[in-house]
Structures are given as C-alpha cells and as structure tokens.
Design a binder for this molecule. Structure first.
Ligand code: UTP
Ligand code: MG
Length: 599
C-alpha cells in the first residue's frame, strides 16, 4: 500500500463544511472520482441488462436466428462482467480513499491533541477526546466510504434510467416517478431529525466513555471509599440514557423504512398495473414490459437506499463538525519566540511583580518578586494550594504569566521558544507519570539523543533506584505498568529523578519529589539531589523543612503571595510561618522517635 501523504488539516477549523471535506480529500480526489465512475459504470451495465432483455424478448425470441441468440448471450455475460469488475474496482478505490483520508485525520488529531496547551487539557475530559479520535473519525470514514459515491450513483442511475424509461414510453416514465418528490421530502425530513438524534446519541456516548475512563483511572479511590455501588448506579444511569437515545435512533429507522416501503410499493403497483394494461392493449410490447419492470425495480433500489445514505451522511457530518471544533483549538506554538541564546542558559531568574491566573480568571499568584542568581537553589514552602506548583510551571511556559515581568538571563521569558525552554529545564513532577515501557526507556525518555546503558545506570544509581531495578527479573528491560511491575509512589519518583538527571538540564525543578519516600531513602535522594543541583539553578518544593533548609533562599508562600523570604537562619529568627512549621515538624519528629524507642 502506498504511503499516506500528510497535509495540514488546521484550515478545516475555519473552512465551510464542504470545503473542509474537499480539503481532507487532497491527494485522493482522482481516486475518488475513479471510484465513483467505476460504481456508476457498474450500475449502467445493469441498466443495459434490462434493455438487452427487452430486445431479446421482442426481437430475438421466436425467430430462429441462433447467431443473434448467441450474441445476446454474449452481451449478457459481457454486461455481467462489466458490472462485476467495476463494482470491485469502485469498492476498492472508495475504501482506499476512506481509509487514507481517515488515517490522515487520525494521525493529525493525535498530533494535534498532544500539541494543545495545558489549559486545554485542564478543561477537557479524556474520555471525550478519545471518542473524538475514534468513534467520530470512524463516522467520517463511513461517510467517505459510501454516501458520497452512493449519492452520485443514485443521481446517475436515476437520470439514465429515467431517460431509458422515457424512451420506452414517456407516460409510463412519469407515472413511475410520481412518488419521487414525496420520497425526497420525506428523506430530507428524516435527514434533519436524524442529525439531531445522532448528535444527542454521540454526546451521550462521550459521557459514557468519560464515566468509564474516570472510573478506571480512579478505581483505587472508588474501592477505597467503597463507592462501587454508587459508581455502578451512575454508570447504569448514563448507559441507560445512551440506550434511550439509541432506541430513539433505531426508532427513526423503524419509521422511515416502512414508510418508504409503502410509498415505493404503491408506486410499483400503479406502474406495473398501467404497464400491464398498456401491454394488453398493445401500446407497448412484452419486451418493453419486462424492461420496464426491471428498470423500475432498479430505480426503486436507489430510492430505498437513500435512507441509509442519509444516515451515513448526517452522522458523518455531525462527527465531522465535532472534529472540526477540536481542530479549531489553538495549538501551543513550541517554536514561537524571537530570542534564542547561543549556547545553553546560565540560569538567572528574576521575578518582578509577577501575577498569574488560570483560564477561569481567579488570581493564583500575585506580586511575586525575587531574584535567583545562576546556580542558586531556591526553596518554596507553603501550605497546600498556595501556588507553588503554579509558580514553577511558569518557567517552562506550561502556562503564561499574566502580569509583571519574568526574565531569564536578563531576557523576558516569553521571548524564548517553548521548545528551547523545555530542553533546558528538567522537572521532577509532583505525580510523575511513567509509560508502559521498559525501565530503561522510561529513564532515557526525552533525552533527545542515544544514551548508553552505563549512563542510564549511573543516573539510576544517583537516584537510588538502581538496586530496585536490578532486583526485578528483567532488570532494566522490565516493563512498567499493567503488563509489567507496579512501582510504588516513591519508586516512581526516583525513576523520574533518574530521568531528569540524565537529561542534564540547566534549570531543575523538583516538585515535592521527596514526599513519598521513607526517611532513609530521602537521605539517599537528598544526597543524589545535592549532586544533581550542583552548578544548576534549582527550584525545590518540599513540605519537610529538612529538604529546604540548605537552600540559598527560601520563599514562603501563602495564598499566592510571598509572605516571607530569606535563608534558614533569617527565617528562624523571625516569628513567622516558617518557624511555626519548623517547630511543629521538630516536635513531631521527637515524639515519633520517643514512641519508636519506647515501643
Ligand atoms: P497549586 O497547584 O499551585 O498549589 O495551586 P500548590 O502550592 O502546588 O499546592 P500543593 O502543595 O501541591 O498541594 C494553586 C491554586 O491554583 C488553583 C488551585 O485551585 C489552587 O488554589 N489551580 C491549580 C487552578 O485553578 N487550576 C489548575 O490547573 C491548578
Ligand atoms: Mg503542587
């Protein structure tokens, strides 16, 4: 199979529907035209068969001209062959178009969704996105697979058959098409209603996938709170709604088909009756009658099929609209920025009155000012929700600050391309995510170059995870996740630390990276980190005073503001939050120790 060319699908966000669909067919238009022609020719061959049948009965049968009988026989075989070959070709070409167009669409969406900014993903549901990239894309595929061709075929068949009928007898031709306007009106109404019903159905399907996806992701919470029954009821409710909407959809079909059957039935009865009378009183020949019956049945077929085309068209278009809406979301421009330093960053960071809010508009950071020299370690301390993660997320431009000035090596942060910043900044996240790949792949993820096994191992040792990894049967080749080993929270964090170590970033961000490990491991990691932090600007977020007391400066955050700022000794000298936290933690530790020794 030939490779599928890629095209930029972004313009379909603003294109009119038809223009968008046309654009999606780039590179397949000729194939598609050929498919339509093929299918059309096959249909014409069948029309030809009925004409030949009429001729055979009227002009060949009963005359002892065996040469002509033989020729007509050949004609039937030839027409059947044409019909077979062109049906096959048309089908293949249509499938190639439909599959090619949707493969390209699916690839584009996959890429697009990955490039959407954090703020988009914050407000979108995973289940819904999955549905867009699967079920909606599939509806578009079905749309390309036959309705478009089908409609051209119906139009072609209709006009050719009508002309053929009119040639037989104009009055008969008119009688046979008298119900057509009704069928068309009915189909149109059906189309409109079906679109609404399908959209409602599709929306509900998204709700059901989101519910399922959330329950799977949150299965631990559900079980821990013994909420299975509640979740099951919720799932049933949503599935029940999908069932009701699905039934309405099927109900529409159930109404449409008999109605169109009745209409076409009446049509045939009247037509055949009139044609029969005409044959009896000699207006038309028996051959004409046979041709007429064949053509009418052949004409009814596309009319009957109109319903299916309409469903596929309406579902395809609704799904297309949903996809276009997703495509309209702006990607995060990775390479936007007018300043690219010669080498790597030094790492001097200056905040001046920086303010930040998420899309919803509530202020999260206000008037943040501090200066961090290159290579310094800055610790952030503050209660939960005080804005620590939000603050460090500004540095790789995951989110854009909304006020004040933020400079990196003396240049405004938003002048740097995001891709550059992200190559220079390493983050150990609060809840690191590992892929279902091997340990080795997880550690060397995103380094951007080939790394040797030794390097991976050195990083793992420094992050105090090497011993754990070699204790697994497959060592560094052990798979993480569902098909492999399940890691504890602390182990995951250490893999994430190793990953960041290997990346060797100029600016390092550690978000709470030692909170889910025991004290002994914490000591090991702190040692590793000290090594890791050397010569780099580091932002470290931690809840334990021990983890932050060595920092060059400590920022104490509360409700999005810096409420205290200094080194350990200075902060201890003041009677602020820091001292309170210190005293509390020290007392807890003493108590804990006493309890351990007395036990
Ligand atoms: P942070 O996530 O910055 O708090 O959220 P934090 O200091 O790191 O907290 P811990 O210690 O990890 O728990 C700061 C505020 O920003 C809001 C939150 O509601 C919180 O009040 N927020 C956070 C958003 O509005 N949207 C987000 O995507 C994240
Ligand atoms: Mg946080």
């Amino acid at each position: 199979m030939d490779a599928v060319s890629t095209i930029d699908l972004k313009p379909i966000a603003t294109d009119k529907r038809l223009a968008g669909l046309w654009r999606m067919m780039t590179g397949y238009r000729l194939t598609y035209l050929a498919a339509t022609l093929g299918v059309g020719l096959a249909a014409l061959a069948k029309t030809g068969t009925y004409l030949l049948l009429g001729y055979f009965v009227d002009d060949v049968l009963g005359q002892e001209d065996y040469r002509r009988v033989f020729l007509v026989g050949l004609g039937f075989i030839g027409l059947a062959a044409i019909q077979g070959v062109f049906t096959y070709m048309g089908g293949r070409l249509a499938a190639r178009t439909a599959e090619g167009v949707t493969l390209r669409l699916r690839n584009y969406l996959f890429d697009h969704i990955q490039r959407l900014p954090f703020s988009f993903h914050d407000r979108s549901q995973t289940g819904e996105l999955i549905q867009r990239a699967t079920s909606d894309v599939d509806a578009v595929r079905r749309f390309f697979a036959d309705p478009v061709i089908g409609v051209s075929r119906i139009a072609l068949l209709f006009s050719v058959n009508f002309v053929a009928l009119a040639n037989l007898n104009l009055r008969l031709a008119l009688i046979s098409t008298v119900v057509m306007p009704f069928v068309v009106i009915m189909s149109y109404l059906f189309f409109k209603k079906m679109s609404q019903i399908y959209e409602a159905y599709q929306n509900q399907e998204a709700v059901v996938s989101t519910t399922l996806q959330e329950n799977l992701t949150g299965v631990r919470v559900v079980k821990a709170f013994a909420r299975q029954d509640h979740e099951r009821d919720k799932g049933r409710r949503e599935s029940g709604e999908k069932y009701r909407r699905g039934r309405r959809r099927v109900g529409m079909h159930a109404t449409y088909w008999p109605l169109s059957d009745i209409l076409t039935g009446v049509q045939m009865a009247v037509g055949f009756g009139v044609a029969g009378l005409m044959t009896i009183n000699g207006t038309i020949t028996v051959g004409n009658f046979l041709t007429y019956v064949g053509l009418v049945i052949w004409l009814i077929w596309p009319v009957r099929n109109l319903g299916r085309m309409i469903v596929r068209t309406s579902t395809g278009l609704i799904s297309y609209d949903r996809i276009a809406k997703l495509v309209a979301e702006d990607q995060e421009p990775l390479d936007e920025g007018d300043y690219l330093p010669d080498g790597s960053l030094r790492g001097e960071v200056v905040f001046e009155g920086v303010g930040f809010e998420y899309d919803d508009g509530a202020s999260v950071l206000e008037d943040i000012s501090f200066r961090c020299e290159a290579g310094q370690a800055v610790a952030l301390l503050g209660s939960t929700g005080s804005g620590k993660t939000s603050l460090v997320n500004l540095l790789p431009r995951f989110y854009e600050y909304t006020g004040g000035s933020l400079t990196l090596d003396g240049v405004a942060l938003n002048r740097y391309p995001r891709s550059f910043l992200r190559s220079q900044i390493g983050i150990v996240e609060q809840e690191p995510f590992l892929f279902s790949r091997s340990m080795r792949e997880n550690i060397s993820y995103g380094v951007g170059r080939d790394v040797s096994d030794e390097e991976v191992e050195t990083a793992a040792r420094a992050a105090a995870i090497h011993e754990t990894i070699v204790s697994f049967p497959d060592g560094y080749d052990t798979l993480v996740g569902e098909k492999g080993v399940t890691l504890s929270g602390g182990q995951k964090q250490r893999v994430a630390i190793a990953r960041t170590l290997l990346k060797d970033p100029r600016i390092l961000i550690l978000d709470d990276s030692t909170s889910s490990v025991d004290t002994e491991t914490e000591g090991l990691i702190r040692q590793a980190l000290r090594f890791l932090m050397r010569g780099r600007t580091t932002f470290i977020i931690a809840h334990r005073i021990q983890s932050v007391m060595d920092a060059d400066q400590i920022l104490v955050l509360d409700k999005g503001r810096i409420v205290d700022h200094g080194v350990h000794d200075e902060l201890m000298a003041r009677d602020g939050i820091y001292r309170k936290v210190y005293d509390l933690q020290a007392r807890l530790e003493v108590e804990l120790e006493e309890e351990m020794t007395s036990a």
